[in-house]
Write a protein that binds this ligand. Structure first.
Ligand SMILES: C[S@@+](CC[C@H](N)C(=O)[O-])C[C@H]1O[C@@H](n2cnc3c(N)ncnc32)[C@H](O)[C@@H]1O
Length: 433
């Protein structure tokens, strides 16, 4: 494909992403499958352009006078991000072959006008509605938090399954496979791989044997500080894909009772092969939206882990398209759902047991506001300081000290800017005995 044809393809992929709800990665994969003439270098170049645009989308829409179509965004990216002079952009838009048609007068005017003074939300790269939330939460650091969340490519973190292997052996196996893993700074079981070139982790023998799982270090940290231990009755109330279920099983050294719940049967079904691969067992339990189906566990659990449904805004560095799909109304719906789920899940905690609330959101409406609402109506749950919760967990000694310092009492935020992880929020409680 010519460079111009790649641009036209990127514009069409961007339009498909904007029209649907599918992850950008899936849309790119589908495009590749439907256009077999495109070689691996073409697909790579198209993906690079698509992600370049998605990470800077707010700024590009602004620069192109409010236009949101793929063509306009690609043109904007050539000018603003690649800093190509007008003549080169015109040469790429000659309309010949499979390239995009020539620039219109308005398009030419837009890219020669420059950006002018950008409103804060545009330069920070966040959707407009999220800015107030970021300002309230992060104060002066809000633009740095926003930039780190939207800009860089995220590394691939692995969790070593200590039930089946050791970190040293997993590291050696990865080196043998030609990769260069580095220990993660916080999780004692984490190994980090560069995202470029993208490693095919699922094809590795170590993955097939259940020795490693893909899990962001932030997700490992929140799993470790939940305090799961051998012999406990642990309920993973919103188990979803089971990523944290597996980490909780590891912390329990596969001893005790682990119950993974969700309201979607298909998600529970998908956990089964992961459990088998990791060599652990869990009871899978379908619950109703009102929390029905686990009544026999009322007041029985040592630990209830609530990884609540959320905007996923903590993972925008991996899925920048999600930032532009989220609305303030959706955040409000999620906040109400989170408060309801916390109330339901808390009933399962036994006196003296622990309740842990987690999101992968950066927004205070889904974090502090949701636990504020829970705390206001559940005086039988007392906060457990993060410094105390960190206890005897899968974290390095240095990490324990650092995370305790970053905590706000019983609440802790992780983020790309602050911990180099995806964005997470965690709050820890103990039920009065
Ligand atoms: C953030 S995801 C969980 C991710 C998962 N813990 C992991 O680490 O892979 C939230 C999950 O909550 C589930 N969910 C939604 N509403 C729920 C409810 N009322 N009760 C329990 N789970 C719910 C969703 O189906 C989704 O799988």
């Amino acid at each position: 494909m010519t460079p111009a044809a790649r641009l036209a393809a990127a514009a069409s992929v961007l339009d498909s992403i904007a029209q649907g709800r599918q992850p950008a990665e899936a849309v790119l994969k589908a495009w590749g499958a439907a256009n077999r003439y495109a070689g691996s270098k073409d697909r790579r170049a198209i993906a690079d352009r698509v992600y370049k645009v998605l990470r800077a989308r707010g700024r590009l829409v602004w620069a192109m006078g409010g236009r949101e179509d793929g063509r306009a965004l690609v043109i904007g990216s050539l000018s603003l991000i690649d800093a190509l002079p007008l003549e080169e952009i015109e040469a790429l838009h000659s309309g010949e072959g499979y390239g995009p048609r020539p620039l219109s007068k308005q398009e030419r005017a837009r890219i020669t006008a420059g950006e002018g003074d950008l409103p804060g939300w545009v330069s920070a790269g966040l959707p407009e509605f999220a800015v107030e939330d970021f300002k309230t939460t992060f104060g002066e650091r809000w633009t740095e938090e926003a930039r780190e969340l939207m800009a860089p490519r995220a590394p691939i973190d692995l969790r070593v399954n200590a039930l089946l292997t050791t970190v040293a052996d997993a590291e050696a196996a990865l080196h043998e496979a030609g990769l260069s893993p580095e220990p993660t700074p916080y999780s004692a079981y984490g190994l980090r791989l560069a995202s470029e070139p993208p490693p095919n982790v699922q094809a590795l023998e170590a993955f097939k044997a259940g020795h490693i799982e893909i899990q962001d270090e932030g997700s490992q940290i929140v799993s470790w500080l939940a305090g799961a231990a051998p012999g406990m009755t642990t309920v993973d109330y919103c188990a979803g894909g089971g990523g944290k279920t597996l980490a909780l099983a590891q912390a329990m050294q596969a001893q005790g009772t682990l119950v993974a719940c969700d309201v979607v049967q298909k998600r529970l079904d998908n956990i089964r092969p992961r459990l088998t691969r990791a060599g652990v067992a869990a009871d899978l339990c379908l619950i109703g939206q009102n929390g029905g189906g686990v009544e026999d566990l009322n007041g029985q659990a040592d630990l209830v882990f609530v990884d609540a449904p959320c905007s996923g805004s903590g993972t925008w560095r991996r899925r920048p398209e999600d930032a532009w799909r989220l609305t303030a109304e959706e955040v409000e719906r999620l906040h109400l759902l989170q408060v309801r789920i916390l109330g339901q899940a808390s009933q399962l905690v036994k006196p003296g047991g622990r309740l842990v609330y987690v999101t992968c959101s950066m927004l205070s409406r889904e974090n502090e506001a949701s636990v504020d609402a829970f705390e206001a109506t559940h005086s039988d749950f007392t906060p457990v300081a993060i410094a105390q919760a960190l206890g005897d967990s899968g974290l390095t000694d240095a990490a324990r000290t650092e995370l305790a310092a970053k905590a706000d009492g019983h609440r802790l935020r992780l983020s790309p800017a602050c911990t180099g992880t995806d964005g997470f929020f965690v709050a820890v409680y103990e039920r009065a005995a």
